[in-house]
Design a protein. Structure first.
Length: 587
């Protein structure tokens, strides 16, 4: 394949379209998950949850110069990496022998599939991971136009950068190792040692972003710092994800659910391929192996290793997940489906190529057909992306607005933890209110920082659990009102009176009886009248937005049950109708 300085027209069209769409649909607010943490890191610096994602964190800090609110700036920064990933996927398709039109069509299908589009337009690490992965795939092909020496060095550098970003890059070991071996073997014997020496230097250079975590970890000035990374021991602890368990996806002892995870992976890949394109991928696989086995054993080795990487990054990896793929758990695990999807695209392109060779039509007709197909995919999903709800940021603002002065809010889950972090550090809302995650209180670094911020000596964990009741009593004794952002399962809460108040739950000592339903009805109506909700409500009960909407509906559902128990069917029905406003799926 001969390099060309001329920009191929289909590549220019793909770049222009992807850039326009991604930058236009980039989220302007936090949208749940880890999003709030990364948006905070953009404006504030700090250390993200394990393994720290230093490469992405550095990129976010660089993009803090963008003239936009932090969540929007972080989404734009992610969109740039997503645009680059799409173009690199196209390059990978070319490196595996696809014609320019087929490569562009396959990359267009990849770009505007729901999973890729979503993960490329809000602050997340997976678009950058896809960029690094597709670069490794492109360089690992023996047909790459990059000279063998630099191919080896760049593969080592990308391996280091990948490890400095997201550990799942190790699942590309088959394709990366074979690509490196093919590059080195193509060199004359004296140049091989030189290439390997330079490659070791490239690998080390790629790992240097982890020094960023050490520097950030040494600055305890109120910014968000997960863990204690200022020392080599603390850094290693963080990089190995020891807080989670190195081989576990989340802070959970739940067992893996291989069948459910594999079913979800299959459905997402089929959806990304618009279902009808699955046979095209199979055609591309068959064509590649048939041609490579007959004419190019090096290409056969690269293709087999790419399939092995897909199997590792896809079925083998997801079958180990310990997060159930239900509710928001679906959105947690589906992000990891982008890497195997990236590995499939070259075979999709080769399938398109084979179909193009078998159908005798003019090149212009092929180009128009491909453009129409990608445009149809774009227009099919565009309304969903343009209507992305923004109710989470509204929920954060409304929740903080109803908190009494100097309140402490306990809650669990990424949406609340990182959402309230963003509201505090990036939006500077209610600095007197402190959000606390009881599960993280089991870690000395988090317990110490929370106690220091509150100025209260808090009870330490006992036998691996936090005495939450004792901690609440200490806070209330210090004049701190306590609320819950979500129901918590703790025996220590049995000694308290808990009742829904707006989007939160009020916590009072047991000798304080809950207000009667009629009074709670008036109070919750008064609070609801002050809500400001600018975003559209989600109709998906599994979405992150659904968690916020459930918080809005919670007091009315509780009141409906209370009025039913009291025999007031009219008031109960009225409150169910109020709850249904926030829960469209109830209809």
């Amino acid at each position: 394949m001969r390099a060309s300085r001329r920009i191929e027209p289909t590549a220019a069209l793909l770049l222009l379209t992807t850039a326009s769409v991604y930058l236009t649909t980039a989220s302007r607010t936090v949208v749940g998950g880890d999003n709030g943490e990364f948006a905070t890191l953009l404006i504030d610096g700090g250390v993200a949850h394990p393994p720290g994602y230093p490469l992405f964190s550095m990129w976010l800090r660089l993009c803090s110069l963008l003239p936009a609110l932090p969540a929007h700036a972080a989404a734009l920064a992610t969109a740039v990496t997503g645009i680059a990933a799409v173009m690199m996927v196209r390059r990978a398709c070319l490196a595996y022998g696809a014609a320019p039109l087929a490569a562009t069509t396959a990359a267009g299908v990849y770009a505007f599939s729901p999973l890729t589009w979503d993960l490329s337009t809000h602050a997340e690490v997976f678009a950058l991971n896809a960029l690094l992965a597709s670069a490794i795939v492109a360089l690992s092909s023996p047909r790459s136009t990059v000279p063998a020496f630099w191919r080896a060095v760049l593969l080592a550098l990308l391996a280091g950068l990948g490890l400095s970003h997201h550990h799942s890059i190790v699942l590309l070991i088959p394709i990366g190792a074979v690509g490196f071996a093919l590059a080195v073997s193509a060199l004359p014997r004296p140049g091989r040692l030189r290439a390997m020496g330079w490659s070791l230097g490239g690998l080390a250079a790629g790992l240097t972003p982890y020094l960023w975590i050490m520097v950030q970890g040494s600055r305890e000035d109120g910014r968000w710092l997960w863990g204690e990374t200022a020392t080599w021991r603390g850094l290693l602890h963080h990089v190995l994800r020891a807080d989670y368990g190195t081989t576990r996806l989340a802070l959970s002892d739940a067992p893996p659910q291989p069948a459910a995870q594999l079913l979800l992976l299959g459905s997402h890949l089929a959806e990304s391929l618009v279902y009808v394109l699955v046979p095209v991928v199979l055609l591309g696989l068959w064509t590649t192996f048939r041609a490579a086995a007959l004419r190019d054993r090096r290409m056969l080795a690269a293709s087999l290793s790419l399939c092995a990487s897909f199997l590792l990054a896809g079925p083998a990896f997801v079958s180990r997940f310990n997060i159930a793929p239900v509710g928001v758990g679906i959105h947690v695990v589906e992000r990891f489906h982008l890497l195997p999807w990236t590995c499939l695209v070259p075979f999709l392109a080769l399938g398109f190529d084979e179909i193009g060779r078998r159908i005798v039509v003019q090149g212009s007709v092929r180009a128009m057909t491909a453009a129409a197909a990608v445009a149809g995919l774009l227009m099919w999903h565009l309304p969903v992306r343009l209507k992305r709800p923004s109710v989470i940021e509204d929920y954060l603002r409304n929740s903080l607005a109803m908190c009494p002065p100097h309140a402490v809010v306990f809650g669990s889950g990424d949406m609340q933890l990182f959402g309230f972090l963003y509201a505090d550090r990036a939006l500077h809302l209610r600095p007197d209110v402190t959000y606390v995650d009881p599960l993280l209180m089991l870690y000395p670094w988090y317990h110490r920082r929370v106690a220091a911020k509150l100025g209260v000596e808090l009870a330490p964990p006992v036998d691996g659990s936090l005495p939450l009741g004792t901690v609440i009593a200490q806070l209330q004794a210090a004049g701190r009102p306590v609320l819950l952002a979500s129901p918590l399962s703790s025996r220590g809460l049995a000694a308290y009176t808990i009742y829904p108040l707006g989007t939160l739950l009020a916590v009072e000592p047991s000798d304080h009886p809950p207000p009667p339903p009629s009074l709670l009805d008036r109070e919750n109506l008064s609070i609801a009248s002050r809500y400001e909700i600018h975003g559209s409500l989600s109709a998906d009960p599994t979405s992150w937005e659904a968690l916020a909407q459930q918080a809005y509906a919670r007091p009315f559902l509780a009141l409906a049950r209370a009025f039913e128990d009291a025999g007031d069917a009219t008031a109960a029905a009225r409150n169910r109708e109020r709850a249904a406003v926030f829960l469209p799926w109830m209809h």
